[in-house]
Write a protein that binds this ligand. Structure first.
Ligand code: URA
Length: 248
């Protein structure tokens, strides 16, 4: 149900300025609500139904945004960090006011699909260990990946802290003796998200991940046309599928 909110809160959420900047802006007479000039930035409005115009521009209100990022290496999956750049630092400025956060983490050196949103409920559901949302990774492995690894991952392997992983699906794309050494190329689908899980699963079978990229999370697949480091909003269809998945 639509709820009333302060005009300055609505405009601040959409990036029109801080509360004190908005107080001045509204006082200057350039903001109308349902075609009436308003001077009080604390006015209660219905952001989804009232027609709010700022300096000739009709605002389009929305509470939530859902973003797909092609995360590059070298940035941290967090909203702030004292040392490194974060994924939020990479967002176009129009999304900064929405206070989005990454849904789950990718390591600093991992690339690929990262969902960012300010919809806490959706994020919570996608991250809930009980939901077993599948995540698929593409990796290059230092070592000869074999059928015995596929069987071990399907049965569950014991990580360095004694945790036994849930069944995971390993697809071997390439393996064996290559010109530049013994290496494997794989896709691995896991339904949980332990710290460094993919890397530690390969360590448990004596191999090392040398490149890691997430290619899907639930129904969401990395857009091959999205350049590394760039972000776009989810399409309506992607969002509908994701919402359906979180309720499943
Ligand atoms: N598993 C890892 O080891 N690293 C990631 O970033 C994601 C999954």
């Amino acid at each position: 149900m639509a709820a009333k909110q302060r005009l300055d809160k609505v405009l601040a959420h959409l990036g029109y300025g801080t509360r004190s900047e908005l107080k001045k802006l509204v006082k200057s007479g350039v903001v109308t609500v349902n075609d009436k000039v308003v001077k009080d930035s604390g006015l209660q409005v219905l952001p989804e139904t009232d027609r709010i115009v700022v300096a000739g521009e009709t605002i389009v209100y929305r509470e939530f945004v859902y973003l797909m990022m092609h995360k590059p290496q070298g940035v941290i999956s967090a909203t702030e960090d004292w040392k490194d750049r974060t994924v939020v630092d990479l967002l176009p400025s129009e999304y900064q006011p929405f206070d989005v956060f990454p849904v789950g983490r990718l390591d600093k050196d991992t690339e690929g699909l990262l969902l960012l949103t300010n919809d806490g409920k959706l994020a919570h559901n996608l991250l809930s260990p009980r939901k077993h949302v599948p995540k698929t990774y593409y990796a290059k492995i230092d070592g000869d990946v074999s059928e015995s690894d596929r069987i071990a991952f399907a049965e569950g392997v014991t990580l360095d802290d004694g945790y036994k992983t849930l069944p995971a699906e390993l697809k071997i794309i390439a393996s064996g003796n290559q010109v530049d050494g013994i290496y494997g190329e794989i896709e691995l689908t896991i339904v949980e998200g332990k710290f460094h899980q993919v890397k530690r699963m390969f360590e448990s079978v004596g191999k090392k991940v040398v490149y890691l990229k997430r290619i899907s999370m639930g129904p969401l697949v990395i857009d091959p046309a999205l350049p590394l480091g760039e972000t776009r909003e989810l399409t309506e269809q992607e969002l509908a599928e994701l919402k359906q998945h979180q309720n499943a």
